[in-house]
Design a protein around this ligand. Structure first.
Ligand SMILES: [Cu+2]
Length: 199
């Protein structure tokens, strides 16, 4: 074969391989039942029954009629959680009186240390529209699973531990249905405007 012919075959081969890959990917996305959406919003969130920072029961029913934000974390988190709580507080402040028609849930992934009292103490530094949620480990694990949240205890030197956890903030509509992840990497007024759309 001449070098030109070899080149042509190589190009053609690459093209055909690419085409096969394309169809393979489409087949994977479409799946055997193409009527089933790949991602179902209804699979994130759902009913819960936990305790708030006053030790009082709080359920999904208490949030009916309010769009709300949900995120999971723990009070001893060195960085991500306090930053998120600060940003959420800024969004709430930016909402003004409309903030009363929304809520934000901070669900602990460290129930061992995050008792209602510990949450109350910690949340005193943030906007009062943020509710701290705790409960028994099994109930919290079920809620985390419903929100597709991963968390794990990570031992530290000296017998202490920290928690690894998903840091996504979820936006839920006033029926408690998942809308989308909620970005805090923008001006509080812009984030507030998005939340306001679901009032
Ligand atoms: Cu954290």
């Amino acid at each position: 074969m001449t070098p030109q012919a070899t080149r042509l075959w190589l190009v053609l081969g690459a093209f055909l391989a690419g085409l096969a890959l394309c169809f393979g990917v489409i087949a994977l996305i479409a799946g055997p039942r193409s009527s089933t959406p790949v991602f179902q919003a209804a699979q994130v969130g759902g009913p819960f029954r936990l305790l708030d920072q006053d030790g009082k029961p709080i359920t999904d029913q208490d949030l009916k009629g309010k769009p709300f934000l949900v995120f999971f974390g723990f009070t001893r988190c060195p960085d991500v959680c306090p930053t998120t709580l600060f940003d959420v507080s800024e969004v709430m402040r930016s909402l003004g009186p409309d903030a009363d028609r929304t809520a934000a849930l901070f669900v602990t992934v460290d129930p061992e240390r995050d008792t209602a009292a510990a949450l109350k103490d910690y949340l005193a530094s943030f906007d009062p529209h943020v509710h701290g949620l705790t409960g028994d480990p099994a109930a919290l694990a079920a809620v985390a699973k419903a929100y597709r949240v991963y968390y794990k205890k990570v031992p530290l030197d000296g017998g202490d531990y920290t928690m690894d956890h998903t840091a996504i903030v979820y936006l839920m509509d006033k029926e408690g249905r998942f809308v989308s992840p909620f970005s805090l990497k923008r001006k509080p007024e812009v984030a507030a405007a998005e939340l306001r759309k679901y009032l």
